[in-house]
Design a protein around this ligand. Structure first.
Ligand SMILES: [Zn+2]
Length: 248
């Protein structure tokens, strides 16, 4: 399995980091995790044809995680000519959420969602195990802005479990999520705890579970202070354009 790191930034693109997003190639599947504002540009930079994507997983409905779907879907109609069906998976009523997005950003193009070959999979925001296509997916409830329906995913790809936390504060569910992964990409927005929306390096340092799995976790959703402190403490800190290769 190869993962191309399309972005490792937060909502504000600090340090010129693109929005946090990952492109996975596993077997014959191309999977995109999150699709924020900058993802269509990042796909161009990586020479990835959007019509090659089989599945998109959205972790929550904030712009830095799903707003790029609007132009990506438009491009499948007008630029790339969709070659194969696309599965889009997200918490709650994912199709309605994307229709709302299109109605704001490209008003009048909402019919795209029915014209393109898209299967929408609503995943439970409270968590649960489901099979999407041929992939077993465990969904984890995360704690972030409640209205954004935050979830994390663990994808079982050829018996290798790779986890994506999405945005979340530190909570006991993150430790359970980590226990269920072989490798995990988790957010680390802050150096010290601030509020209840994101994880900090200090909270990672205080967790026995994190220390036990430190070599198996990779940090994203970073900015200058969190990335520097995490590097100083020996964490795997992702950068835009990185490649991760995992053998199942
Ligand atoms: Zn975010």
């Amino acid at each position: 399995m190869e993962i191309k790191v399309l972005g490792t930034g937060n909502a504000f693109n600090q340090q010129s980091r693109m929005n946090s997003s990952f492109f996975i190639h596993s077997g014959d599947q191309n999977i995109l995790i999150d699709c924020g504002f900058t993802v269509p540009l990042a796909l161009h930079n990586e020479n990835i044809d959007p019509s090659s994507i089989d599945m998109i997983f959205i972790t929550h409905y904030h712009g830095d995680h799903y707003a790029g779907l609007s132009s990506l879907l438009l491009s499948l109609k007008y630029i790339y000519k969709q070659q194969k069906p696309l599965k889009i998976c997200g918490p709650g009523d994912v199709k309605s959420k994307i229709r709302e997005l299109l109605s704001v950003l490209y008003n009048g193009n909402e019919s795209l969602l029915d014209e393109l070959a898209i299967d929408f999979f609503s995943v439970p925001s409270e968590g649960g195990l489901l099979t999407i296509g041929e992939i077993e997916v465990e969904v984890y409830k995360m704690i972030h802005s409640l209205k954004a329906l935050p979830v994390g995913y663990v994808l079982n790809l050829n018996e290798f479990k790779i986890g994506f936390s999405g945005d979340t504060c530190w909570h006991s569910g993150v430790e359970q999520f980590l226990s269920d992964c072989d490798k995990a990409i988790i957010e680390c927005s802050f150096s010290e705890k601030i509020g209840e929306g994101h994880i900090s390096v200090d909270e990672l340092e205080a967790s026995a579970k994190i220390q036990q799995k430190k070599k198996d976790i990779y940090l994203t959703h970073l900015y200058s202070e969190s990335s520097k402190k995490a590097k100083d403490f020996g964490y795997n800190v992702l950068e835009d354009g990185d490649r991760l290769n995992f053998k199942s």
